[in-house]
Design a protein. Structure first.
Ligand code: FES
Length: 157
């Protein structure tokens, strides 16, 4: 009859075992956290911003074949009327966010900050702006214009 061998685990090896478990757990958690941050960087979660319809006056308020710059709670807006059709743009310069000004003599929008120039349709003519002015959806309902814009309170959809 054989007797079972005495346990090989000593106090020193038990301490090593626990230290390795703690070290291994910390390493796994640290690498997991790092991987999570890396994935978050690669695939950022951008919350959808709620769009709201903002009343923007009546079509008669805009001069025929002209432009009207209005300040709405969600930001400055350009209303342009051509051939009895109304178009809307954000009046926020796509360079660094200044409000563009209408210059009727040149039929251009000029940004006073760095002299960015846009044409009547919001396209960049010259200067540092990287993109045209943002087009906004405008609808006419019951004689009233409504512009679809980001919620002024930054609400999310
Ligand atoms: Fe408009 Fe720079 S902010 S050109």
């Amino acid at each position: 009859m054989e007797e079972s061998a005495p346990s090989e685990i000593t106090a020193g090896s038990r301490r090593d075992f626990i230290a390795n478990v703690v070290l291994g757990t910390g390493t796994v958690l640290g690498l997991g956290s790092l991987a999570y941050r890396f994935l978050e960087y690669l695939y950022p979660v951008i919350p959808a911003i709620k769009l709201v319809e903002v009343p923007a006056g009546k079509p008669e308020d805009i001069p025929a074949d002209g432009v009207r710059l209005i300040q709405l709670p969600a930001g400055p807006v350009i209303l342009e009327k051509a051939d009895n059709e109304v178009h809307a743009f954000s009046a926020v310069c796509t360079h660094l966010g200044c409000t563009v000004q209408w210059h009727p003599e040149d039929k251009r929008f000029i940004c006073p900050c760095h002299q960015g120039i846009y044409d009547l349709k919001g396209n960049v003519v010259s200067g540092p702006p990287p993109r045209p002015l943002q087009k906004l959806q405008v609808t006419l309902r019951d004689g009233q214009l409504f512009v679809l814009m980001n919620s002024p309170k930054g609400e999310q959809a």
